[in-house]
Design a protein around this ligand. Structure first.
Ligand code: ATR
Length: 277
């Protein structure tokens, strides 16, 4: 029987997930389909609550429904619990809805592939931004054992709130202190929308940053953001954000279709072509 899954959200027409899962379904010769289901905000609560009636084995959840989906689940993994948001859902044998948040795992998987050994460097991680993406990244870095994570955000109160949620290993900082903390960093992550197509540019002085510090951006349109260009011009290793999108899709595919898929350079090229790069 054909196994069906989909990306759900509002809107979903720009999602690249069908391209990613479609590539894997073909590569592994699986009798499966992966589509798009637009779920209007007023229908979201009922859609996820009655998910067993949808005919889907599982789904990805994108904005703005990740929190609603998590609330509808009968079981959540640790990451989804910590984030109060789920991006990957599946039904267990008894049709109970299970939810995971794979953004943090995707973030780590990307760096493991693009910059092997990145986590063996001792030093602080500096995370720019304090939104949902920052929460996933900080969760992942602390879980991987980073000794300290600085959270730098335009609205300081949001950085403070996030730091409090994660306990004493994360420290809120203001943009004014960025120069000082960059000097201690072995990893710099941008999770803000600065540098994204159509958004203001990221303008920071990287001079204090050690030259072996890894710089990564979760923005992937454009693929080479101003921050990444600036970092590579001064000799820092960099990793772009596309791999996070690809790696966060791995656990869902494995749950629904029973094969753990590989993030290949062929898949990366396919998405880059679709992005027009
Ligand atoms: P996401 O869920 O993708 O993280 P978000 O919750 O909207 O998205 O968070 C966007 C982040 O980008 C926030 O940290 C935001 O800073 P504020 O909390 O101060 O709003 C940051 N951001 C957006 N535009 C920015 C700008 N022009 N300058 C600095 N930070 C900006």
């Amino acid at each position: 029987m054909t196994i069906r899954a989909a990306v759900t959200g509002w809107p979903v027409k720009h999602s690249r997930s069908p391209l990613v899962h479609g590539y894997w379904l073909k590569k592994y010769g699986i009798d499966g389909e992966y589509g798009r289901v637009a779920v209007a905000p007023e229908e979201a609560e009922a859609f996820y609550r009655d998910f067993a009636k949808s005919g889907l084995a599982g789904c990805n959840v994108t904005v703005p429904h990740k929190e609603t989906a998590a609330k509808a689940c009968d079981w959540l993994d640790d990451a989804a619990k910590a984030m109060g948001a789920a991006n990957t859902l599946w039904l267990d044998e008894e049709d109970r809805l299970c939810g995971a948040n794979t953004d943090g795992i995707g973030f780590l998987g990307n760096l493991d592939q693009m910059a092997p050994g990145w986590d063996s460097i001792s030093g602080a991680a500096v995370v720019l931004g304090a939104g949902g993406a920052a929460r996933a990244v900080i969760w992942a870095l602390l879980r991987r054992g980073f000794p300290s994570v600085y959270i730098v955000n335009r609205t300081f109160e949001k950085a403070e709130k996030l730091a409090k949620d994660f306990g004493s290993d994360s420290i809120a900082q203001t943009w004014d202190n960025l120069g000082e903390i960059l000097g201690t960093a072995s990893l710099l992550v941008n999770t803000t929308s600065l540098g994204m197509e159509g958004q203001p540019a990221m303008e920071i002085d990287l001079d204090p940053l050690p030259q072996n510090a890894l710089v990564t951006d979760i923005v992937y349109v454009p693929i080479q953001t101003g921050l990444l260009r600036q970092a590579s011009e001064r000799g820092n290793p960099t990793a772009d954000g596309l791999g996070m999108l690809l790696h966060q899709a791995v656990p869902g595919f494995e749950k629904w279709y029973g094969v753990r898929p590989e993030v290949t350079s062929e898949l990366r090229s396919l998405i880059l072509r679709d992005l027009g790069v």
